[in-house]
Design a protein around this ligand. Sequence first.
Ligand SMILES: [Ca+2]
Length: 376
Amino acid sequence: MAGAESGWLCLGCGGARFRRAHGYGTQSPMWGTITRRVMRLGFISTLAMLVGGVPAQAQDDAGFQSYLQQVRGTATAQGVSRATLDAVLPTLTLNARVIELDRRQPGGPANSGFSPFAPYKAAHVDAARIGRGRTKYLAQRPRLSRIERETGVPESIMVAIWGHETNYGSYTGNFDLLRSLASLAYEGRRRPLFEGEFIAALKMMDRGVTRDQLKGSWAGATGNPQFLPSIYLRLARDGDGDGRADIWNSEADTLASIGNYFVNAGWRAGQPWGFAVTVPAGFDRSMVRNRLVSPRCPRVFERHSGWRTIGEWRAMGIVPQGAAWPNDQVLATLMEPDGQGATAYLLTGNYRVILDYNCSNFYALSVGLLADAIAG
Ligand SMILES: [Ca+2]
């Protein structure tokens, strides 16, 4: 649906991967290269099957089981208990379906244009999602106020992330996480990432998370906030005081964990994520061009101007649409997601924190706008 602007497989962006797998998201420039490489590998294994006469599936299964024994050693060295390994490893079989889903992610050429934001906004910041968000916001208000006081992350932002990741917990994914992660690790395209997440999921079990709870997107994101296992281990929090971080069943734990993620990623209390602005006719965009190329998600960051203070933006004739200006010293970048002449946005450092959760401009803008609508 969106233009090819997003980073892919960014840590903590499980929900994004889930949606991309279902054709709602975007892909990076690397995608075509990877797809071609994977297709080539597929061709080679078919060739091996024809030549050797051994079904490729059987070879894969044998290879998978032997890979699991190798992972056992690594996991043991990292402190995973023998009980967990004995309970999990013998139950695992290669899941060809997740590999197929992974290979099937829609791609876009690196030099393709950007899709307009307006249709995405209409589909993702709609009346139903705003309405459900307001209900959750009001229901969780006492708890959210406490988390906001402790973290500085606005209540509405926590609810908006929850709304965007899993539609407030209404779909969190049904894949057996351990089987998915082990299969993707074995497939090898990004083995260090997926093997690390597989071992992190085993450590979750050592902490008392049940195998039954370890369900999620095919690419390993789990629970209401769609955390990857390593993110869960590092950042999940207990919000209702029962001593467990239950991001599957507890709304309080979900919101506290999202709040903690945002604090950890550098959210600045008291600053907006950004706000809608009007750019004056004849505005010279070359004056504010961003000349840096980001090593991370370059297609996302190339859409942002260079940083200027709010005072400088105002002096250049940029006018807010409704929202008050923040402090003159606050730094912001300008983005025009629907092109010149349409609504543009000034984006602060807090917008980058939303991008840390999921590196997509459409995602981050939608989260910010949904948060504003929920709180408004
Ligand atoms: Ca709890």
